[in-house]
Design a protein around this ligand. Structure first.
Ligand SMILES: NC(=O)c1ccc[n+]([C@@H]2O[C@H](COP(=O)([O-])OP(=O)(O)OC[C@H]3O[C@@H](n4cnc5c(N)ncnc54)[C@H](OP(=O)(O)O)[C@@H]3O)[C@@H](O)[C@H]2O)c1
Length: 261
């Protein structure tokens, strides 16, 4: 992908999305920025326009909306965008029975429904226009390891891993690279909002975004950080599933001691 081309970032104003915005602008991409907070979106756009002299097109929408994917596709067609980063996510930390049905629907809508519809429409557009392109989905180690207290989040992130794993091979003949990035905890306002009570090591959002951009299209599933890759290998290959879940859940309980019963 070359400088001056357009990339779309869904969930671009804050946290990891802001890192994607800054790093792609630094590479010379013009950006279609999607987020639901108008002020933060404007501020992020102004910052990259000024610093990197790129163009931005903003759309303030809730990605849970039924037509969110259609609005995104309209902007993709308007700009000829050839890279999609789906970063936004619904996330909450609490015991499963404390969610209500509206909460659970939002997980499906933001993390899965809009994502799969947008990936389908965007990849179809790339194929039909005979242009190469890239799709980057943001998942989490939670999607690979299924810890307690983030059950809807982890299940929705596992969906993205499965999606990218199969589409990676389906899309190859069309020159469309798709990857899903799994990260451990990242130092973002959203994570800090979850009020971790115990010790926790957090990755730098710029490093995670930089890694994900570099790996996009090279591998279906990319795990950020060599300690995460090593831990995942030990937990998924070397240990029996029950022991692996015991360690994963013990870590979760140490990060959120107030949720442990
Ligand atoms: N933080 C971590 O520890 C961590 C670890 C592993 C993976 N991840 C993944 O990395 C991605 C980004 O994480 P983050 O902590 O930066 O989260 P985030 O703040 O929720 O997401 C980044 C941006 O997306 C926006 N967004 C969220 N929901 C939206 C919606 N329904 N419609 C439009 N925009 C929306 C956010 O706006 P608001 O501020 O208004 O929500 C924010 O500006 C997520 O996919 C997350 O699952 C995060």
């Amino acid at each position: 992908m070359k400088e001056g081309q357009w990339a779309m970032i869904a969930g671009s104003a804050d946290g990891l999305g802001e890192s994607f915005t800054t790093l792609l602008a630094a590479q010379g991409f013009n950006l279609v920025l999607i987020d639901r907070q108008p002020e933060a979106l404007k501020k992020t756009a102004e910052k990259v326009e000024k610093k990197y002299r790129v163009k931005t097109l903003l759309s303030c929408i809730d990605l849970a909306g039924e037509d969110a994917w259609k609005i995104c596709m309209g902007l993709i067609q308007e700009t000829g965008c050839r890279m999609l980063v789906y970063c936004a996510a619904m996330s909450e930390v609490k015991p499963f029975l404390e969610y209500d049905s509206g909460n659970l629907e939002r997980f499906i809508d933001v993390n899965n429904r809009t994502t799969i519809l947008l990936v389908h429409a965007f990849a179809g557009y790339l194929r039909d226009t005979k242009k190469p392109g890239k799709i980057l989905l943001m998942s989490s180690l939670a999607g690979l390891l299924s810890p307690v207290y983030v059950t809807p989040y982890a299940a929705s992130k596992a969906f993205l891993i499965s999606l990218a794993r199969s589409l990676y091979y389906e899309f190859k003949p069309f020159d469309i690279g798709i990857s899903v990035c799994c990260s451990g905890i990242i130092n973002t306002p959203k994570f800090l909002e979850s009020k971790p009570g115990g010790p926790v090591s957090m990755a730098d959002p710029d490093k995670v975004a930089g890694y994900a951009i570099r790996m996009c299209g090279k591998k279906a599933v990319c795990i950020h950080g060599w300690t995460n890759r090593l831990n995942y290998f030990i937990l998924s290959v070397m240990l029996p599933a029950s022991l692996s879940s015991y360690f994963v859940n013990r870590t979760m309980r140490s990060i959120y001691p107030n949720l442990s019963r």
